[in-house]
Ligand binder design. Structure first.
Ligand SMILES: *Cc1c(COP(=O)(O)O)cnc(C)c1O
Length: 438
């Protein structure tokens, strides 16, 4: 099939999506899936395998969304299937300690230096929410600092945007969040040591925790300077404030030890989700035993979950870590292979973007990539992203979709490479982009 002339029929997707809108708000179970930012009907996906998804009309898409981050092995990985099927056949949940959760916990503890103990939950949101409660319980303080453009799930006190001014108390970014909650969250811009200094000089001793995506990847890909990270670590340590690395995206994606390993920074608590669940609902948070042992039943901070540590989900997580640690014929583990493929992606797209008439550049870290639709150096903070780029993204997005390639339906979302992708998939993306941008 000539990729430039493919006509996409979404007849059945349209029918399904109409049914969806009658019973699910916006037709979806999570808002960004509705395509509000790019327009059009979202393909209703029926099945997926490896690097490809297939919709209800039988259209196949080369997928760079990867279910928004979890699928580092690609779709329906055989090892994940084998282990989850085996676990499921032995019972889907016990409401009791079980070997698989202990094994996955041991794997994570041995992989990540800072973590001595962890607790499993069922989503990234639960992980960050619980980590913050724990930090508050540990420090006896209420205030939390986050950064504009970092996403930490949808818990009340984290659905907060920057107000105006240098050091701001958060304003709710959703209806239904009481000011009384958002007022406990401070918001600063990324990439600004002076603002951090000013805030910590004034209120450092009241701040329980700073939560940050060490590799901010929910509002573009806002890679931070190493000095900024070091400064944040030093300031928080000095003021007895816990540093929480929200590694829900970066954990087990950018390296075995996540961003903490890559950046050589030791946070106090780390949150996980996405990759550690291998495509099933899993989250976790962990840190030193000194902090973690404050959780119930040992300590005074309550936290619980009916399906936490679910054996089927644990099996998927174990299968994922197992495959990532396996080496290929050149002796490379999964993360090294993904770095190689990421470098290849960069080498293929950079010249195409340099030639394009519209400003466009690729920002990449390991297997995470983002199309930055503006001139100049890659932005490092949320307000450095030009809104005009977002309008141009729709054309690229739909052009790719017509050619059977799916990127995230928003200019602010990143793309993901998986071990199911190879160079020919990257070539396909490059070829399609050449046609669209010319
Ligand atoms: C996705 C994400 C979350 C929320 O995880 P859910 O599983 O969607 O609740 C939290 N933090 C970061 C950095 C994320 O990318």
């Amino acid at each position: 099939m000539n990729p430039s002339t493919r006509e996409l029929s979404l007849t059945h997707s349209k029918e399904w999506f109409e049914r969806a809108q009658a019973v699910l708000p916006g037709g979806v179970s999570s808002p960004v899936r509705a395509f509000a930012a790019v327009g059009g009907v979202p393909p209703v996906i029926e099945e997926a395998e490896g690097a490809y998804t297939t919709d209800v009309d039988g259209n196949r898409y080369l997928d760079f969304v990867g279910s928004w981050g979890p699928l580092i092995l690609g779709h329906a990985n055989p090892e994940v299937l084998r282990r989850t099927h085996a676990a499921l056949a032995r019972g889907s949940t016990f409401g009791a300690p079980s070997p698989l959760e202990i094994e996955l916990a041991e794997r994570i503890v041995s992989a990540v230096g800072v973590i001595e103990k962890l607790r499993f939950v069922s989503s990234g949101t639960e992980a960050t929410m619980s980590a913050i409660r724990l930090a508050r319980g540990f420090t006896g303080r209420d205030l939390v600092l986050k950064f504009a453009g970092c996403y930490h799930g949808h818990a009340d006190h984290l659905l907060v945007d920057a107000g105006s001014g240098l050091v701001t108390f958060g304003t709710p970014s959703s209806a239904g969040v009481p000011e009384a909650f958002s007022s406990q969250t401070l918001v600063l811009d990324l990439d600004d040591e002076a603002a951090l200094d000013e805030l910590f000089a004034a209120r450092g001793n009241e701040i329980a925790a700073v939560i940050v995506e060490p590799i901010p990847a929910n509002n573009g890909l806002l890679v931070q300077r190493p000095e900024w990270h070091r400064h944040l670590r030093e300031l928080t340590a000095k003021h007895g404030t816990l540093l929480i690395f929200d590694e829900v995206i970066s954990g087990f994606r950018v390296a075995r030890g996540g961003a903490a390993e890559l950046l050589c920074i030791t946070p106090d608590l780390v949150t996980y989700g996405k990759v550690i669940g291998g495509g099933l609902p899993v989250g976790a948070f962990g840190g030193s035993a000194r902090i973690m042992d404050l959780l119930a039943p040992l300590g005074a901070v309550y936290q619980a979950g009916t399906l936490s540590g679910n054996p089927v989900a644990m099996a998927a997580g174990l299968a994922s870590l197992h495959c990532l640690e396996n080496t290929n014929s050149s002796g490379q583990n999964g993360w090294q292979q993904l770095e190689d493929l990421g470098a290849y992606l960069e080498s293929r797209l950079a010249p195409i973007f340099a030639r394009a008439t519209t400003p466009l550049s690729l920002v990449r870290l390991g297997s995470i990539f983002w199309l930055s639709l503006q001139a100049g150096p890659a932005p490092r903070r949320a307000d450095g992203i030009e809104a005009a780029g977002s309008e141009r993204y729709g054309k690229i997005f739909h052009g790719l979709m017509q050619r059977g390639i799916s990127l995230a339906p928003s200019a602010y979302e990143v793309g993901f490479l998986s071990l199911a992708h190879d160079r020919s998939h990257v070539d396909q993306l490059a070829q399609a982009l050449t046609l669209i941008l010319d």
